[in-house]
Design a binder for this molecule. Structure first.
Ligand SMILES: Cc1ncc(COP(=O)(O)O)c(C=O)c1O
Length: 490
């Protein structure tokens, strides 16, 4: 049957979501408009969709209005310089890795790093050296890493080009980044920071300290997530002069589109202006709202909101209270089941769910009404689901995640060589001894079980069979059902 060319499935789905007036507790943090700056809300966006015309500068060689907008952002964040990005933090991380690590060098990074980093490893050819992240046990997710572990890794691995830290993690928790920075300085290492979830940290003293303030050499922030810009709009700050600015600019020229969206770049400029003029006041209100929500949700039977009391003794340092991490373990159901119910019955969409938790992002566009709806929906769900009646019929309580201290698969080749070698699919059961061509992470705790270039050991197969059986959410795999794996074609 020919496809009806009048039909616009994507447009229709977006219209429906928008018209349903859903409660948006997810990124982008502008919440469908309210958290955007006035300039963006009132702007004629089709009219702003232009190219490098006279007077509008050039992102790849900025000398006019884009350069001025970038300077304002750098000043707000106390950066040496700032680059606007139109392909998210993804491209910023890739450019930083390409600019600081060569094929002969290693990149030290936590095992729960975002998959965008793989692109940087493939472009640069650098060898990854993984550090085991800390785990927040009651919620079972991975956060930062311990400075002592970094020191041990640096002592054992000569030829490191840079260290990459994630601050905060997806669940809003930060590790001891000041301690990590101290070790980096002691060993003369560059510290790159993925601050995708932390654009707002610098703007309020009640939030964990931001990476630039703690001494990082370079930081990438997804302004679209928590800074009030449009999706894909991020920026990259250089904090020190230990990274050659032109190398980063060159890497960005290589990796970013030659037709950057002026709407996205304008949203960065406008978001910076809003953060500078009203950021602290907006975050004051948001922190009050988040505190109230946490108090109320903690009173609901079977639920617990992540707080400082859960971090003691874990090595995690602090957390961002605007990110509500809600454990539903006490209900005897999975986070997936509760998220499905919130969306289908109550029209409330959270950012993420895993086997144990919901993650609701409260941001500049979040209103009180939406948060109160979340509280009453969770109260209702707790009553109806709370007697241990698992609506997805699964019990995840046996799923502990990967214990990296027990087994880290041997690295046979770099991710770049695994990428270039060509790939094929094999059944999971027949993959023993082969080299993985993909990252596979199970949520929770979101730590990669296998990384491209690593050998698929019997332990990896056994673990993957276990998570497949439990129906745990798998990320990164080309076949999320895990019937097959992508391996290097030798
Ligand atoms: C920790 C982390 N780093 C990097 C990224 C990539 O950011 P972006 O979506 O801005 O490309 C994400 C995206 O979710 C992330 O969670």
């Amino acid at each position: 049957m020919p496809i009806n060319q009048e039909h616009t499935p994507l447009v229709n789905a977006l219209q429906k979501y928008d018209q349903n007036k859903a409660v948006r507790l997810h990124v982008p943090g502008h919440g469908g408009g309210p958290g955007l700056s006035q300039a963006m809300r009132q702007g004629n966006l089709p009219g702003w969709d232009v190219t490098e015309l006279a007077g509008l500068d050039d992102l790849h060689n900025p000398a006019g209005v884009i350069a001025a907008a970038q300077r304002s952002a750098a000043e707000l964040y106390g950066a040496r310089c700032t680059f606007f990005l139109v392909n998210g933090t993804t491209v910023g991380l890739q450019a930083l890795i390409a600019a600081t690590c060569s094929e002969e060098q290693a990149l030290v990074l936590p095992r729960n790093v975002h998959r965008s980093v793989l692109g940087g490893l493939v472009v640069s050819g650098a060898r990854p050296v993984f550090i085991e992240p800390v785990i927040v046990p009651e919620f079972n997710f991975a956060a930062g890493f311990l400075p002592d572990k970094l020191e041990a890794v640096l002592q054992q691995n000569p030829g490191v080009g840079a260290v990459l830290a994630v601050h905060p993690c997806y669940y809003g928790v930060v590790g001891d980044l000041a301690g990590v920075d101290k070790i980096c300085r002691r060993y003369g290492m560059l510290l790159l920071v993925d601050e995708a979830h932390g654009t707002h940290l610098h703007l309020h003293p009640g939030l964990p300290a931001d990476a630039l303030s703690l001494g990082a050499d370079a930081v990438v922030q997804s302004v679209h997530k928590t800074g009030g810009a449009l999706t894909q709009a991020s920026w990259l700050h250089l904090g020190t002069d230990r990274i050659v600015r032109e190398r980063v600019a060159n890497a960005l020229r290589l990796l970013q589109t030659s037709s950057p969206s002026y709407i996205l770049m304008a949203s960065l400029d406008a978001a910076r202006q809003q953060l500078a003029s009203r950021g602290q006041a907006m975050l004051d209100d948001l922190l009050t709202l988040a505190g109230e929500a946490a108090l109320r949700i903690n009173k609901i039977s079977g639920l617990a909101v992540l707080g400082k009391e859960h971090l003691g003794g874990t090595g995690a340092f602090d957390y961002d209270p605007t990110r509500l991490v809600i454990s539903v373990r006490g209900l005897g159901v999975s986070g997936y089941a509760v998220a499905r119910q919130l969306a289908a019955v109550h029209g409330i969409y959270v950012e993420m769910s895993d086997a144990y938790n919901l993650v609701a992002v409260l941001s500049l566009g979040t209103g009180r009404v939406g948060v109160l709806k979340l509280v009453s929906a969770l109260t209702e769900i707790s009553r109806s689901m709370g007697a241990g009646h698992s609506s997805d019929g699964r019990n995840f309580n046996g799923h502990k995640g990967v214990d990296l201290s027990q087994w880290l698969p041997p690295q046979v080749m770099t991710p770049r060589r695994a990428w270039l070698a060509g790939q094929k699919k094999v059944p999971l059961g027949e993959s023993r001894g082969l080299v993985s061509a993909e990252i596979i992470s199970a949520y929770p705790p979101g730590i990669a079980v296998i990384y491209p270039g690593e050998e698929i050991t019997p332990e990896v197969i056994e673990y993957l069979l276990q998570v497949r059986e439990m129906g745990v959410h798998i990320q990164g795999a080309a076949d999320p059902s895990l019937k097959t794996l992508r391996v290097v074609n030798v």
